[in-house]
Design a protein around this ligand. Structure first.
Ligand code: HEM
Length: 250
């Protein structure tokens, strides 16, 4: 067993996390610039990603490794469907297609599920731990920025069964424990960390595709002002020790 897979994952992906936070799309997001068109495209791509991920995880719920980190209360597909109805209307299914980066992400999940299912741990970790962490601040920013109707448009960030900051903190501790008790040797742990870094890259590609839309909406000058400086990433700090900005948002 590889002890402390949870810390190894956090440590081993912190540079990727910093890069994700420093993408132009995320920098604008954190400054309160969330444009409806790129945002709904992101939700559409995430729908394809999570549908695939959750189907592959569910099919392997008896797998000795994958089964240990399958928590149906994390499933996002149904909530993404709610958001798609909000942004595209009832016939959302006919209106959305995955982008190039979205297709590549989906293909990778399917490939890993077939060839080495234990690597699905990396896919679940990057998305769900992220959604339970920074995702909660992003929800508040999206709501105030887009002036959404009450209770509409941010179901993706809402975990009905893990509804409060305390519950999310406890759940993340449980998830880290589950990671630490996986029957994974050091070689497999190294592969999972490498895959997690690749998952960050797939996510970066997904949001980089949306930059042109953001730029078109806010103009070159403001876009350049907002995106020219990098900041230290949230996971460069010890777990739970978030920046003042993010604590205020939670
Ligand atoms: C601007 C965007 C983002 C912000 C503000 C943000 C913020 C945070 C914060 C504050 C934490 C630490 C939570 C804690 O210590 O308990 C965290 C953890 C995490 N985030 Fe992000 N994040 C962002 C983007 C992303 C993206 C794009 C991904 C991946 C798709 C991601 C994946 C993760 C993961 C996997 C963790 C858990 C690290 C660990 O403790 O093992 N984040 N994020």
């Amino acid at each position: 067993m590889s002890e402390n897979l949870a810390s190894k994952l956090r440590e081993g992906t912190k540079h990727s996390h910093t890069m994700a936070e420093n993408t132009a799309f995320m920098k604008c997001f954190l400054k309160g610039i969330v444009e409806p068109e790129p945002f709904r495209k992101l939700i559409a791509n995430l729908y394809f990603v999570y549908s695939t991920l959750e189907e592959e995880l569910q099919q392997r719920c008896n797998h000795p490794v994958v089964g240990q980190i399958y928590f149906p209360e994390l499933n996002r597909k149904a909530n993404l469907e709610k958001d798609l109805t909000y942004y595209y209307g009832r016939n959302w299914r006919e209106q959305i297609v995955p982008s190039e980066a979205g297709k590549a992400y989906v293909t990778r999940i399917q490939e890993v599920a077939k060839i080495e299912p234990a690597l699905l741990v990396a896919h679940a970790y990057v998305r769900y731990m992220g959604d339970l962490s920074g995702g909660q601040s992003l929800k508040k920013i999206a709501r105030s920025s887009m002036d959404l109707l009450p209770d509409g448009g941010t179901a993706f960030y809402e975990f009905e069964q893990i509804p409060t900051p305390e519950a999310r903190k406890a759940f993340k501790a449980k998830y880290r424990q589950a990671l630490n008790s996986l029957a994974v040797d050091d070689i497999l742990a190294t592969k999972i960390i490498a895959e997690a870094n690749y998952v960050f890259e797939l996510n970066r590609n997904l949001i980089q595709e949306l930059e042109a839309d953001v730029k078109a909406a806010i103009g070159d000058r403001v876009f350049d002002l907002i995106t020219r400086q990098d900041k230290p990433g949230s996971t460069e700090r010890p777990p739970g020790n978030t920046s003042v900005e993010l604590i205020a948002a939670e």
